[in-house]
Design a protein around this ligand. Structure first.
Ligand code: ADP
Ligand code: UDP
Length: 236
């Protein structure tokens, strides 16, 4: 499959059209941003790690009945995916209070939540990805009631599958962000990425952060943390 033209360059990936009108190629960058683009940097090797970790997890989720956009890994940084129309939502799932939830509700980071929290944010950088609810989603025409129900069902199932899978590798899944898209025939599939950029991963034993918070909060050892996730998931 050949790249034809670049359609989009985002903060972490480039998206290319291909010679097949139903397929895109995503190309992962080492660029890192935080706080809605205010903090910028690079994390050496991040593009390859996020590409390979995402593909590994999407293949695993497919075997458990979650439809995804994944088609084929083309190179360490590039993956062939189904072209989708992204539902403009960041679907956030939380098991333990951290980040913006800890701040908003005044909870110490690390507080176990009595039940899983699911949040929808409107994916819009200019507005700072504001949190919205089902009625906003319907009012804005982002998704139908049935699509919202399916997205919620998939997000919670993904949380169960991933939490169990990662716990066996000594990783606690604190929270994460998902994006869903619609294929040409209207099927809702998991899209975008699942990586240390989009998840909070804490070492089960030590509580050490193995994710982008090391970059956001200047904790040091950023590259090592990303490599540790690659090592635990893919054994290298
Ligand atoms: P951002 O847009 O937030 O800066 P990225 O740099 O990760 O993020 O850019 C990748 C873009 O590609 C995102 O906007 C994401 O929603 C979109 N995307 C991910 N998977 C697909 C897909 N299968 N088809 C179309 N767009 C996709
Ligand atoms: N997240 C993300 N992209 C975003 C916002 C959040 O991938 O634009 C992920 C983030 O990595 C974390 C989870 O979603 O795993 C919850 O993030 P939170 O709301 O706590 O926001 P943050 O701490 O990034 O401000």
């Amino acid at each position: 499959m050949e790249k034809t033209k670049q359609l989009y360059e985002g903060k972490a990936k480039k998206v290319f059209a291909t010679t097949d009108e139903n397929l895109y190629i995503v190309d992962y960058k080492d660029d890192a941003t935080a706080f809605n683009g205010l903090k910028k940097g690079t994390i050496a090797g991040k593009g390859e790690i996020n590409n390979r970790v995402t593909n590994h997890l999407m293949r695993m989720l497919e075997t458990k009945g979650i439809p995804t956009h994944y088609v084929k890994e083309l190179s360490p940084r590039e993956t062939l995916v189904k072209k989708v129309t992204i539902v403009p939502l960041e679907v956030i799932v939380r098991n333990i209070a951290a980040g913006s939830l800890a701040k908003r509700l005044g909870l110490p980071e690390g507080t176990k939540l009595n039940s899983t929290v699911l949040e929808f944010c409107y994916k819009n950088d200019e507005l700072g990805d504001p949190m919205i609810n089902d009625s906003h989603i319907l009012a804005m025409g982002f998704a139908t009631e049935a699509e919202i129900a399916l997205i919620r069902e998939y997000a919670l199932k993904i949380n169960d599958i991933l939490s169990e899978y990662l716990r066996d590798l000594g990783i606690e899944l604190i929270d994460f962000k998902l994006e869903f898209g619609k294929t040409a025939d209207g099927t809702i599939v998991l899209a975008d990425e699942i990586s240390p950029d989009t998840c909070r991963f804490w070492d089960t034993k030590t509580g050490e952060k193995l994710d982008k918070d090391r970059f956001r909060r200047d904790l040091g050892g950023v590259e090592d943390a990303y490599h540790e996730i690659l090592r635990r998931l893919l054994g290298e």
